[in-house]
Design a protein around this ligand. Structure first.
Ligand code: FES
Length: 84
């Protein structure tokens, strides 16, 4: 699975650095280093007023915030990995 965190200017201002760190931490906690590749991306063209744009494989999600990160990770990353 490839997770791309947008580091374009809008997402940067909405905390993409923090979101990237949360992803790194979660990948370590769940020992998913061999399953997940984390990367940064330029603006995906889906800038949102709040939160950060994250692409999980082909799926693009906008408005990812640190407050809702745990739910996001469980729903869109862990569940998907379990299914494969
Ligand atoms: S800056 Fe992230 S989608 Fe545009």
């Amino acid at each position: 699975m490839i997770i791309q965190i947008c580091v374009g200017s809008a997402c940067h201002l909405n905390g993409s650095q923090e979101i990237a760190e949360l992803f790194q931490k979660a990948v370590g906690e769940y020992h998913l280093e061999h399953e997940i590749t984390l990367a940064g991306s330029f603006c995906i063209g889906k800038c949102n007023r709040v939160g950060v744009t994250v692409q999980v494989d082909e799926e693009i999600y906008t408005g990812v915030t640190k407050e809702e990160f745990k739910e996001f990770f469980a729903e869109h990353v862990l569940k998907k990995i379990e299914r494969n």
